[in-house]
Design a protein around this ligand. Sequence first.
Ligand code: ZN
Length: 245
Amino acid sequence: MTQLTRYKRNFEENGITQIAQEKLLNSRVLIMGAGGLGSGVIMNLAALGVGQIKIIDGDIVEESNLNRQIIHKYKNIGRAKVISAKDWVQEFNPDIRVELDKIKINELNYFNIIQNYDIIVDCFDSYESKYMLNEIALRHKKALVHGATQGFYGQVTTIIPDKTGCLECVIQKPKEIKETILASLSPVVNTIAALQAQEVLKIITGIGMPLLNKLLIYDGTISEFKTLNYTKNATCVACSKNDTF
Ligand SMILES: [Zn+2]
């Protein structure tokens, strides 16, 4: 069993059993965005042995991405990020099945992309896309692992439809979203990405406690984490619109 040799340090000392490894190998995870957060999430899921990943991104690799988007190599500037990311995964762990779509998702084109995946990782860099993905995940009952960064700060939470609050419950959607270009630092982005991958690991294996109704907030300036507890907001437009009760 070459595969289990590769992953034996996943389960020898830190509590992940062989059964849990098989769950990882049999799982499918959808990664929305192959930028900074996407790079770290893809690398960590490929290392853990998540059997199938699907990477969605409509952009090409630009030189200014390379300060933090560490899956993309210099030689891939000008290529689609999804192709560049798939190349990395195939070189690192050829056992992982990679699907990809070079597309910017919207309300009209997302359905075929999400339908075979139960866990979605939000690696988008715009809040407009994050709120749209929150609504899509609620509507189709998909687990959503949210992550975001700004300069030295970052945050992570896991949203399970009908069980936890949603992104809009914890961060109210403004009437108008102003997208500005924010500083994006590799150590911070990759810290948050690693925590998102850890959430996926916990959801799939059932080991530990995912960040349910908890927003983990990271302040890199002082290297501290804080947890903000939240609950489903009865007046939340996104949750109530998609309620099944
Ligand atoms: Zn909500």
